[in-house]
Design a binder for this molecule. Structure first.
Ligand code: GLA
Length: 724
């Protein structure tokens, strides 16, 4: 990993990738290159086309920024594409003109006051200045063994006037051609992070959130891929934003086929007043490049998040097999019911009992209670402590659900603090799931919730907390922000969320946090910094989960993906799948259960006992191994994936609908050693056979039943192999 500066060119590189920035003749930064490693000596002119075109304006002779590829484009000086920065001065002028001032290259990476990557190997920091007294610091970090560049930007106002920031993105790069497709991870509740690809044409294609949360609708990440790129071949660039609020990720192809790829805080409904002497820090963005397809790109994200984003305490920890009572009881429980569920679960090898929604306030349904973080003694006569103590005595861990950003109207909280909600007092507020959003841009609101929660948690320490968030922000207005600062609300809200996360995770360092937002509605890199696992989706149907987990795995590692076995018919879509298939899908995540375990047959309980034992034996392989997507559920009826770690392999093949008298299927593995031998049950195969020929799967319904295979729809086959 290196950072060099020669002939006005910065070159960040390792064995695989190069990222190059040039100082143009007027001092602006040009983006020269991001892609496969370039070798040799470079001259700025080799990266510039410099061709005169009609209707062009020039900042200098032979230099129009509109014809250049730029590194952090300004608004107002000859470039008409989407800028990375847009400011307003007191005069009303938007014109800025940031020029190179100095740079430094240093070991490591200085921390910022936001969720962030850590333990970088080196950082390049470039300082730019605008003559009106503004300073921009562009930071670029690289990590040992990873083909990743992380970027963030800090703007400081050294002038005497206040300026307003309309737009300050985390990254912007200009690529030399637009023959790329935009790949996004989008959906809604119960179908999060499905994969979509769109060819790019002149104009803009973007994904975004203006909901106050990163959202189930679009993940704060996007890839650019060649039309021919597949899982194991072709070029791809990945981008992800370490942020949980409103974001924009977009690609703009101009008339000359130059592609601008940007992301950052969404500029709509964002405006930040920067007084003299103040700074604004953007969230960090991640860029990665692969010449070997999507799977390689995902490995870069997985390794970065596993080693440089998730808190070190949890990076290699054994994630407990949990049972959550939500789908077993919903709001209808008491101490006895919970303890019975837990003791039955404990007998089957489950390690952590999670008490979901409904233990606090007057919470018997979703119309009341949120905001009152004291125990509901009508339901739990001895408090959560009574439940916890019995569960801990059995030898199980205990965790609870909270939704600290919300309130219902009929609560002690709102009767005492009616002004705590986000909303314009001169207008109606729109309820969502009968609840309203607390104004986390206000310190006293965050403090109030924190103080309530620590009373409960100090009295009854828990091993796990599921932090939920079940609606988005409407009528975005804070009674405590000045008129000209209302545009700060969305970002200040998220800073409030991070503040509470920071304080709770520091106070309860042994408590494992899982984030959740009506399922996977805020599954983003920033929350992984605090909560090493995230509830992937409320949809636990095994078939639907194939797509959700496959799409999620494009960016996020398996050890972050909450995945549970639930009952059938499934509560989200009424589908009936076998316990085996549900288990085989849930294995490829954090693994747990969400069903009434007391209602199961003895046979099912015995199966679960075997399943939890299997998972515990192999969870290090699953969570720390390299994940390979083998066949996409978006492409057809059959899909598959696998993990490899050292000499161990776990692979799973899935078929959604059965076929009559089909030919044999071949299941080709990846990531093995060609010449090594792998033992599967009592058979031995070479890595090259497994990867190039593939395992031959005999099918059900040929007249000769393959012993042990499930038949009918929704089949799965799990393969465990060990190198011998
Ligand atoms: C959300 C979550 C669920 C559950 C409920 C409780 O929908 O995604 O897992 O916790 O809230 O109200």
């Amino acid at each position: 990993m290196h950072a060099e500066f020669n002939q006005n060119i910065f070159h960040l590189y390792n064995d695989k990738i190069s990222y190059m920035i040039g100082i143009l003749s007027n001092g602006h930064l040009g983006h020269l290159y991001f892609g496969k490693r370039l070798y040799g000596e470079f001259d700025l002119q080799a990266f510039r086309v410099n061709q005169d075109r009609p209707l062009t304006a020039y900042v200098e002779k032979d230099l129009s920024l509109g014809l250049e590829r730029l590194e952090y484009p300004n608004y107002g000086t000859t470039d008409f594409r989407e800028p990375a920065i847009d400011l307003i001065f007191e005069s009303g002028s938007h014109i800025v003109d940031f020029k190179y001032k100095s740079h430094r290259i240093y070991r490591g990476k200085d921390p910022i006051a936001l969720p962030q990557t850590f333990d970088a190997e080196l950082t390049l920091e470039i300082k730019l200045e605008d003559k009106k007294g503004l300073e921009l610091l562009l930071s670029y970090s690289m990590f040992k063994g990873l083909d990743v560049i992380s970027k963030h930007v800090k703007l400081t106002n050294h002038s005497d006037e206040s300026i307003r920031i309309n737009r300050l993105l985390s990254t912007s790069i200009d690529l030399p051609d637009g023959d790329l497709e935009f790949m996004q991870f989008s959906g809604d509740w119960a179908r999060e992070r499905h994969i979509y690809k769109t060819p790019l044409n002149p104009g803009i294609h973007s994904v975004y959130s203006k909901r106050g949360a990163s959202s189930a609708h679009h993940n704060p990440s996007a890839f650019l891929v060649r039309p021919e790129t597949r899982e194991f071949s072709g070029e791809a660039i990945g981008m992800a934003l370490i942020y949980s609020g409103n974001f924009l990720a977009q690609a703009e192809v101009d008339a000359n086929d130059i592609l601008r790829f940007q992301c950052g805080i969404h500029p709509d409904y964002f405006q930040w007043t920067l007084d003299s002497g103040q700074s604004f820090q953007t969230p960090e963005a991640i860029l990665t490049y692969s010449s070997e397809g999507l799977n390689y790109l995902s490995h870069q994200f997985h390794n970065l998040f596993n080693k440089h984003l998730i808190n070190k305490k949890w990076q290699n920890s054994q994630k407990p097999v949990l049972i959550n009572n939500w789908e077993a009881t919903y709001f209808d429980f008491d101490e006895e019911k919970l303890v019975t569920l837990a003791s039955e679960a404990y007998k089957l090898g489950i390690e952590l009992f999670v008490l979901d929604d409904g233990w606090f306030g007057l919470r018997n349904d979703d119309t009341t209670g949120l905001g009152d973080w004291f125990v509901n003694r009508e339901k739990l006569k001895n408090g959560i402590k009574g439940v916890r103590d019995q569960i801990k005595d059995m030898g199980m861990k205990f965790g609870i659900w909270i939704e600290p950003e919300m309130a219902n109207l009929e609560t002690k909280l709102l009767s005492e603090h009616p002004d705590f909600l986000i909303g314009d007092p001169t207008r109606d507020r729109s309820p969502g799931r009968n609840q309203y959003v607390l104004d986390y841009s206000r310190q006293e609101v965050v403090d109030h919730i924190y103080n309530q929660l620590i009373l409960v948690l100090d009295d009854c320490p828990v091993d796990y907390i599921k932090w939920d968030m079940n609606r988005n922000i409407t009528e975005a207005y804070s009674v405590c922000l000045e008129n000209n600062r209302q545009g700060e609300l969305f970002h200040r809200y998220i800073l409030g969320v991070y503040d509470l996360y920071e304080r709770l995770t520091s106070r309860y360092q042994d408590t494992l946090f899982e984030s959740c937002a009506s399922g996977g509605g805020r599954f983003d890199p920033a929350l992984l910094y605090y909560a090493p696992q995230a509830w992937t989706s409320d949809n636990t149907d095994a078939v639907e989960r194939l797509k959700i987990q496959y799409g999620t795995s494009m960016i996020y590692p398996l050890q972050t993906m909450g995945s549970h076995v639930s009952e059938v018919p499934n509560h989200q879509n009424r589908r009936q799948t076998s316990l085996e298939m549900r288990t085989h899908v849930a294995y490829f995540g954090t693994f747990g259960y969400e069903l009434d375990i007391t209602k199961l047959s003895e046979d099912e309980k015995n199966q679960i006992k075997a399943h939890t034992a299997f998972f515990k034996k192999h969870r290090t392989l699953i969570h720390q191994g390299d994940f390979y997507r083998l066949m996409s559920p978006f492409d057809g009826n059959d899909s598959g994936w696998m993990v490899v770690k050292d000499d161990q392999v776990l692979a799973c093949w899935y078929r959604v609908l059965s076929q009559s008298n089909p030919g044999p299927s071949r299941f080709k593995l990846k990531g093995l050693k060609e010449a090594s031998k792998y033992k599967m049950n009592d058979k031995v195969f070479t890595g090259s056979y497994l990867m190039n020929h593939g395992i031959l799967l005999k099918q059900a319904f040929t007249g000769i039943e393959y012993s042990g295979d499930p038949s009918g729809d929704f089949q799965s086959r799990l393969f465990y192999l060990e190198e011998v």
